[in-house]
Design a protein around this ligand. Structure first.
Ligand SMILES: C[S@@+](CC[C@H](N)C(=O)[O-])C[C@H]1O[C@@H](n2cnc3c(N)ncnc32)[C@H](O)[C@@H]1O
Length: 237
């Protein structure tokens, strides 16, 4: 693991995620998101195109169910990023237990302000599932940075909540002039990005990507809550 030091004095969403990742039951065992070990469907889809030693950059890796899957089943080299130190510590521990710690590097990274800690044209996949909770202007910067680190023709895979998702429908915009960033009053003011398909397509095309697939999917991996996601696969041009 590198760069354990947070770069600012505080961030409410970061604190909220640290708390969620660290939840334990009375016996001290991790609960909720932290015990999920099966990979997401999108991760399995991405694995089809991965060869050993290919490099994946994952933003919002949490405790690494997808990162560990690519490392274990594809021999991929994963740079697993998250702004939660709690989640990355779990990821390091779990990848050591799974015997894939030499394939997975973890680093603190905040999508709302940091530059990806990777060389230009060094990665084969950029992956972010349910983690790029940033406004439109910042998302443009993140996508340009993703384009920088990807080799030409590489894969970008993003999944994020669709405007019709139940949690989005009950949320309200964080700022008046930022309709795609919303806060959920029924979930501790959890901030999420809304992945409106047409807007997302236009932004990706203007930041150097060619859309391969853009679809709306139902997903129930988040425990009992049925979710609606926008899934985007794109190629860096
Ligand atoms: C809903 S979880 C998704 C985890 C995993 N990608 C998955 O789909 O199973 C969101 C993850 O993104 C991280 N995250 C949220 N906002 C972030 C930000 N601004 N920068 C980096 N990571 C962030 C959280 O700590 C959390 O691990």
């Amino acid at each position: 693991m590198v760069d354990r030091q947070p770069q600012d004095g505080g961030n409410d969403q970061q604190a909220l995620w640290d708390k969620m990742h660290g939840r334990t039951d009375k016996a001290g065992s991790l609960v909720g998101r932290s015990v999920v070990t099966t990979p997401n469907d999108l991760a399995v889809l991405v694995a089809d195109s991965l060869a050993p030693t290919q490099r994946v950059i994952e933003v919002g890796a949490a405790n690494g169910r997808d990162a560990r899957y690519w490392a274990k089943h594809r021999g991929a080299l994963v740079l697993a990023l998250d702004f939660s130190q709690v989640a990355l510590a779990q990821l390091d521990q779990l990848s050591a237990q799974a015997g894939v710690d030499t394939l997975i590097e973890t680093a603190l990274y905040d999508a709302s302000r940091d530059t990806l800690p990777a060389e230009s044209s060094s990665a084969d996949v950029f992956y972010a599932r349910s983690s790029l909770h940033v406004d439109d202007a910042r998302l443009e910067s993140v996508l340009l940075d993703a384009h920088r680190v990807l080799r030409p023709g590489s894969l970008l895979a993003i999944e994020g909540k669709h405007p019709d998702d139940p949690k989005i429908l009950r949320s309200t915009p964080v700022l008046e002039d930022s309709p795609h960033l919303v806060s959920d009053p029924f979930d501790e003011d959890h901030v999420r990005r809304v992945w409106e398909p047409d807007f997302s397509r236009r932004l990706l095309e203007s930041t150097g990507f060619q859309i391969v697939e853009l679809e709306v999917i139902s997903d129930q991996t988040e425990h009992a809550d049925p979710s609606i996601f926008t899934r985007i696969l794109a190629s860096s041009v």
